[in-house]
Write a protein that binds this ligand. Structure first.
Ligand code: TXA
Ligand code: MG
Length: 319
């Protein structure tokens, strides 16, 4: 099994040798390798069992470093970067040829971000190459928000897990594409659309959520746990005979129909940031509970981080 610790020097050494290190970020843990080295990038795809058509995000710690691997950064992208980096924002830009095609699945664009986590920022500052890092989960499964989540699922394929504690945001970064004339949100995430719009004005949000060759990572059932998960409002209570096998992930208030110990409240005080932070742990907890065969869930208010939460729940229920 991989070692878990806070040894940045060790992480650095492994990455220099072409190995893989799980890194903490404010959103979710990433499975990192040298983004400029094909053999490392190919290890990432293997470790995750990820299809090679699903491109990776490149992580670095400074805007001037980003300039070395993208062709051009539009003004509005710079505005967002200055306002929100380090933070849960990924920019999709035209790539330079230094970025291997394997990272971008042959696309002409590269997704880049500066994550906001002290350990990972220190690590990135020591390295002269950027890190390609998808979320550190097997392909199609829920993203990890603690080092233990990573260990449980990828402990056998990663060389070291840098333990930065529980992720503070808890859902993946918001991806904004600057490939067309107007910016477009490709994935709702840890930075609210409203906050982006305060800086650059109104943006379009990608509506389609089904699998598509253009945005392969947006597969419909991407966040699915192993068990069935369905919306509470469409659930036929009369047809259910054993409530003890039903679990629920609710926003603020537990359901009266179900035993309390079968339920996960995302935020008792109704705070969407807290709910986002708890979301993936809720899905994992339900999945691990052997008494529960079916998971019910409900939409949260569709504003701020609530949009990213609803998006993940929608994908989880889409199996
Ligand atoms: O918060 C995050 O973004 C986390 C942490 C580790 O940084 N990373 C993450 O990576 O969520 P991943 O690989 O699970 O999701 C990356 C998404 C995928 O949906 C992928 O399709 C999309 O980014 N993506 C990456 N490069 C792209 C490109 N050139 N064009 C379109 N989509 C791209
Ligand atoms: Mg992922």
């Amino acid at each position: 099994m991989a070692q878990i610790g806070v040894d940045i020097g060790r992480a650095e050494e492994i990455l220099r040798q072409g190995g893989l290190v799980a890194i903490p970020t404010e959103t979710v843990y990433g499975l990192a390798g040298n983004a400029l080295k094909e053999s490392s990038v190919s290890k990432i795809f293997k470790a995750k069992n990820r299809p090679s058509f699903d491109p990776l995000i490149v992580h670095t710690n400074a805007l001037h470093k980003v300039e070395s691997f993208v062709r051009y950064i539009p003004d509005q992208a710079i505005q967002l970067a200055k306002q929100f980096w380090p933070g849960p924002l990924t920019l999709l830009l035209q790539k330079k040829s230094i970025v291997p095609d394997l990272v971008t699945s042959g696309l002409d664009s590269v997704a880049v971000r500066i994550p906001n986590h002290e350990l990972t920022l220190s690590l990135l500052a020591q390295l002269e190459f950027p890190l390609a890092a998808p979320s550190a989960n097997p392909f199609g499964y829920v993203s990890p928000t603690t080092a233990e989540h990573v260990e449980a699922q990828l402990g056998h394929t990663v060389d070291y897990i840098l333990d930065g504690g529980a992720c503070q945001v808890g859902v993946e970064s918001t991806i904004v594409s600057f490939l067309e004339e107007k910016p477009k949100v490709l994935r709702l995430g840890g930075l609210a659309v409203e906050q982006i719009e305060e800086v650059i004005g109104s943006v379009r949000v990608n509506k389609h959520s089904s699998s598509s060759p253009q945005a392969p990572g947006m597969l419909k059932s991407h966040y699915a746990p192993g068990k069935s998960i369905v919306w509470i409002d469409g659930f036929n209570w009369k047809a259910a005979n054993d409530f003890s096998q039903i679990g629920a992930i609710v926003f603020q208030h537990p359901l009266e129909e179900l035993p309390l110990e079968n339920q996960f409240v995302l935020s008792a005080k109704g705070d969407l940031e807290e709910a986002a932070r708890n979301l993936f742990t809720a899905l994992r907890t339900m999945d691990k509970n052997n008494h529960i065969a079916l998971i019910l869930t409900q939409r949260v208010p569709d504003v701020g981080l609530g949009r990213a939460i609803n998006d993940r729940l929608k994908r989880a229920t889409a199996k």
